[in-house]
Design a protein around this ligand. Sequence first.
Ligand code: WT7
Length: 653
Amino acid sequence: MSSTTAEPAEHAERRHFPPDPAFAEQANGTADLVEAAAADHEGFWAEQARTRLTWAKDFDQVLDWSEAPFARWFVGGELNVAVNCVDRHVDAGNGDRVAIHFEGEGGDTRTLTYADLQREVAKAANALASLGVAKGDRVAIYLPMIPEAAISMLACARLGAPHSVVFGGFSSDALKARIADAEAKVVITSDGQFRRGKAAPLKPAVDAAVSGETTVEKVLVVRRTEADVDWHEGRDVWWHDVVDSASDQHEAQPVDSEHPLFILYTSGTTGKPKGILHTSGGYLTQVAYTNAVVHDLHPETDVYWCTADVGWVTGHSYIVYGPLANGATQVMYEGTPDTPHQGRWWEIVQKYGVTILYTAPTAIRTCMKWGDDIPARFDLSSLRVLGSVGEPINPEAWLWYRRVIGGDKAPIVDTWWQTETGGIMISPLPGLTDLEPGSAQKPIPGISAEILDDEGQPLHDPEKVGYLVLTKPWPAMLRGIWGDPERYKETYWSRFGPEYYFAGDGAKYDADGNIWLLGRVDDVMNVSGHRLSTAEIESALVSHPSVAEAAVVGATDETTGQAVCAFVILRGGAEDRGDETVQELRNHVAKEIGPIAKPRQIMVVAELPKTRSGKIMRRLLRDVAENREVGDVTTLADSTVMDLIKTGMSGSS
Ligand code: WT7
């Protein structure tokens, strides 16, 4: 395997990239847009809502912030999200346009036009209704990246039944907790999924998650791998039995603009994931708008591809809702980037003539490691916009992405946002912004942000590090945490008072007024763009009978951004069997949460560094995990603990 690394110039100088005039000429994001948003915040968003979406009933108030921080957008308006994403494109004469080019990992393909999608969604909606799903009921979706995932989400939206998509890489325990919290009535899953050339089972995790007392009445199962599955008569139903035979005519009812569209669980600072709630009108407005102006989508000519999984918010907003609301043609890929070979993604770009690619820095760094010669074997000249999301993209990876994938010409949009924000918040506009590698740059038109210091004072001095806050409500903002309004207020609206949404990210300005995002300031880690909580992994570790105490930190990792590093104290009586113990604990975390949460390293220690009040000093553990000189230990209750940890660590990773 060869690995030609980036040109030396990519490390050295700081380079800016002004927009290409020809690109600017055709771009959706213009100076007029910036001006309009600055002149009239609510008027601007009302215009986006009315021009980008089709409302069954117009709204009479743009924003109701009287119950802050609980917002209502486009008050009094009614619409159906699925109709906006599917039917209206068919009605407008675009039924023959391809909505989804599906590419299975094994090379099987499926093409769904908007007319096909309309029929499939209508059938699925009829089938779900026949299984007892009505407006307001919650449906859990635990599926691989196959068209049925998008079809299921849209069918739920059509019925006004909020979905809760659970990433297929989460364990059955994690699924069970999410089903219970949302009190889901139906689960949609598949027999299995193709992963790295093999069929991996999925349904057994659902079987375990719904065993015992449960709110789940029906399990709808898509056949994907044809693996044998255990069958629970009366509860389990095959998709090909009930959906395929259902009528392809379905009358969709409009819902209120604030009707819940979905719940999506994300990690917070405590052990219990938060059910982030998003609603209909405001969410759809912002994801359609940002997909148009940030990705510069032109639905008639572009072929768009977002490599995320629908189990994450990126998949919700930029595979399903944003692009489909805009009538995009997109690629959906089931598998991993290196199956059956490391050029798979670039082969797909070439095959479909992908023009807009939206992916994560961790994937870019991985491809960079594999070497320039791999993408060089494919024709990538169709690419005209590149996007990045999930974590800061280091300038080196940015420059490589532009040069090797973008043919030295495609603008890169580094998009900062969160599960909670629903849509993109801070990003360059590809036809307008002088691009600065490594920085997400400025809030997009319609969004307002600040950086505050410890005391909550706005910070404008370049290079001073503070906290990112959002200063005005935005349409796709979360409407709360499912079932826990107090936690919503406490988590996001109390750190700097009720006027500021606290994002949990450190940030600074540079001399040009660009915002640089510097990672989380709370106990949340970002591993390969996936959000994991230290507390959640700690509680998984201590649920193992051998573990007395655990502390988890995110250590810098060259490829994944951060990596999970755990320090554990074994219970008296539990024997330290070295590597075997470490493997057992890593597998235990995978079972409790999912393989993505598996610690890269587990160190068995005798003590953990704590302050006099008993708080674990993660900062010091991070120093150890990153092989650095350990910092200031004067606030430790016992300052010798760190020496003990360092000497006792050998051979336990
Ligand atoms: C956290 C949100 C946004 C969808 C995927 C992740 C980090 C995200 C960027 C970026 C720097 C970024 C932040 C944020 N993050 N995008 N472009 N530059 N950091 O959604 O799982 O809710 O995670 O991801 O730390 O708070 P999420």
